[in-house]
Design a protein around this ligand. Structure first.
Ligand code: SF4
Length: 233
């Protein structure tokens, strides 16, 4: 029963290859302000902010980095203080011991191997201690050179609801998305899903009745008969 309902819903909305561009364009129109919520002024601050954002909110990170970036301006500054001092300075972001260790390891490698600069290539970023694929993806995307699509909890939930992937694992979801989403949208796509996830497609209580994607979404809870056709559908 559930299975045939899902199959019917997928048939109703049509193939994902035909839906993807209208989905992205409607979300761009709906969330023109969808950008990264972290505040940073240069590549180093971007990298540090993203590293600190693991397991906490962007608001929390911004609160901490407002002071942090006045004190730590270059990679050497993170190594010039005892680790315990750096831990205290980032304590409010949680997991501060691991994060301080990762930051110091990363700064040491930036100085040693990259002339104190944040490298632009994914494979170089992935060498940095404590920098996983998601962090590296965010950094390259923000510099306008997305080489992948960042998959966080919102991106995962919305991609699944919209029938863009059937995978659970973030790496496999990303693989599906990069095959489907035109490259010109790779930078903005995660932000769109994140903002749509926060504002409309809540994990427990999706507001399908006001969602601009409700005629393109197989998980829509809106009665099929009441879906209003939109331009570009
Ligand atoms: S129609 Fe509902 S489930 Fe689909 S994206 Fe919109 S809010 Fe989410």
């Amino acid at each position: 029963m559930a299975r045939s309902y899902v199959a019917e819903a997928r048939r109703r909305v049509g193939p994902k290859r035909e839906r993807i561009v209208p989905i992205v364009e409607r979300l761009i129109a709906e969330h023109p302000d969808a950008t990264i919520a972290l505040r940073f002024g240069n590549d180093l601050e971007l990298l540090v902010s993203v590293m600190l954002s693991a397991q906490t909110t962007d608001v929390n990170v911004n609160r901490v980095t407002q002071k942090l970036f006045r004190k730590y301006r270059k990679p050497a500054d993170y190594l010039a203080v005892p680790q315990s001092e750096l831990e205290d300075d980032i304590r409010a972001t949680g997991f501060f011991r691991q994060k301080a260790k990762a930051l110091r390891g990363t700064m040491a490698m930036l100085i040693e191997d990259y002339d104190g600069k944040v490298p632009g290539r994914m494979e170089d970023l992935l060498r940095l201690p404590g920098v996983a694929r998601k962090t590296a993806n965010v950094v390259v995307a923000e510099r306008g050179e997305a080489q992948g699509i960042v998959v966080d909890t919102h991106v995962r939930r919305l991609s699944q609801r919209l029938g863009l992937t059937r995978q659970e694992d973030p790496v496999k979801i990303e693989r599906d998305l990069v095959r489907l989403v035109p490259r010109r949208y790779w930078n903005v796509f995660p932000h769109l899903l994140i903002w749509h996830g926060r504002r409309v497609c809540d994990a427990r209580n999706p507001r399908c009745d006001v969602c601009v994607l409700n005629d393109l979404c197989p998980a829509s809870r809106v009665d099929v008969g009441t879906v209003v056709a939109r331009p570009g559908a």
